[in-house]
Design a protein around this ligand. Sequence first.
Ligand code: HEM
Length: 500
Amino acid sequence: MVNLVQSLLEYVSTVGLPTVLIFVVVLLLSLWLLSSRNPRVNWPPGPVCFPVVGCLPQMMISGRRRQPTDLLPWYDTYGDIMHVKLGEQHLIMLGTYELIQEAFVKNAATVSARPTWIYLLKHVVGKDGAGVIFKSGHEWKELRRFTLSSLRDLGLGRKSLQERIQDEARYLVQNIEDENGKAFSPRNRIGKAVSNIISIVVFGTRYDFNDTPEMLPVLEEALRIGEGALSLTDLARFFIPMKKLFALVDKFYSLVRQEVERHRQSFDPTDIRDFIDLFIKVTTEGQDPEIYTEWNVFRIIVDLYLAGTDTTANTLRWSLVHMVNHPDVQKRVQQEIDQVIGQGRVAKMEDKARMPFTEATILEVFRMSTVVPLGVPHATSETINLAGYTIPKGTMILGDLYRVLHDKNNFEDPYKFKPERWLNGNGNVIRSEKLIPFSVGPRVCLGKGLAEMESFIFFTTLLQNFSFKVPEGENPPDGIEGFNVATFTPYPYNVCAVRR
Ligand code: HEM
């Protein structure tokens, strides 16, 4: 071995390092060309990718600020549909509403799988996937139907979900009131309020604002570690601290299992209180045991918590950013609240139809601050033809929701916060089919209705009770850039909440 290294070094010193480097690069390029030449595949254009690592180096460089805008210039060079190689993984990025429709709606039968073969997912949910977010095929359809109908049934319990959200909004107001108009960061308390809604649905309990539910920080830490383009490739195992990540996932699972055990003690099959009771019911009844396995139903619980917390919380966090930056908009929303709701009661969903400016403001928050910029990765379950290109089975497909919502052909002045764009001359709300923060097709966000209800009630209740402003001496928060982790969240900011 020592001899071999010595002769190599001697050889390098004879021919010179540049020659050796050129030789290595040519060799790798040839290997890569040979491996990627497949006459049956006709990939869309995309950046030139390196062997082994693919386009990860360019992505890391162009994405060093990690904004959802980072990759937008690539579309100008390569077109609206791009082929990008991430490590060994082929990825198609769709940058227009029409292409996303063509893939996720028209070709739904073959573009609705999830890429559970990638290292991270394979280790967290198993190679066949599980639950609702990461399951594919007919089992996913059945589990999705079950999840939706269970959410509906649980929402119609003794106290409706709407009433729970109203209660939680009141608690949030009380909590903010304790600040007495002083500067504070709304980040964590918004997170707690929103996670309480999912906790009520799933675990049947809410947590006091002063206690941090153990699950929330575990989830946030796991999402922080396991994010970014790298996590979508098998190279993740070398660059992401997987041991730490899997330990967090295990911790999260054990906390959920503790809840299951607690529920078993008071379980009554005729009185289903929450999703955990439902878990106990379906797994003991043994209906359709192939589909309703313990693992699938357990993962649904995790999925709801995972998908239902940070997304809605970030929407509310962004909404306060826009309110302090646009006091005129804030005032108009408050005038509408005063006219329609007044100060004597909490907002309810029926109010929305009579509050077009408030609705327009929330729609503008959904558009401007796309909290899931690239959606959740889809995958092809068959070879398909998309926009004239042949895309093989087992390709990852991302719909660039951020690009659609910031395309000046769809929305004029896309980086300006303008609720008026959603109102017609009569002051009525005009909706656009291109407003797709929840994605489209059969995989469309399962919690869309809940997210809309939470956004309306929390936002309206906050503005009914307080006027928010930038604390004296502090800079206004950034309304465009933020941390692009698994979801898109504003940079840390403070506000003052002045009682109205
Ligand atoms: C503003 C808030 C939210 C936004 C912007 C949002 C957005 C999204 C997006 C873009 C997807 C991916 C769709 C696709 O694969 O094409 C998704 C999936 C999903 N969301 Fe949401 N979401 C929000 C809130 C929620 C809430 C509150 C829940 C909880 C009930 C939830 C549950 C889910 C689930 C379970 C999926 C996976 C659906 C499937 O794979 O069939 N989401 N969401």
